[in-house]
Design a protein around this ligand. Structure first.
Ligand code: ZN
Length: 71
């Protein structure tokens, strides 16, 4: 679980606590805001999650994105 106020950047890769039906665990952050846009690193599917739900479902960062790309 991540902090709800954890700063997120485009390009962050997070491991989720639940496995995606495609078999993947890792998701890339493609949009930040009130809702967090995620793309599955395995199948490419995109979802939008409210920040609270994202923070609950995320386990840890696999990779950090570039802060400058998220402004
Ligand atoms: Zn997937």
């Amino acid at each position: 679980m991540l902090e709800i106020h954890e700063k997120l950047y485009i390009g962050d890769v997070v491991e989720m606590r639940k496995q995606h039906p495609c078999g993947g665990w890792a998701w890339e952050v493609v949009r930040v805001g009130a809702d967090i846009g995620l793309a599955c690193c395995t199948c490419g599917r995109r979802v939008l999650l409210p920040r609270r739900k994202f923070a609950r479902g995320a386990k840890k960062f696999v990779k950090r994105g570039n802060p400058a790309a998220s402004e």
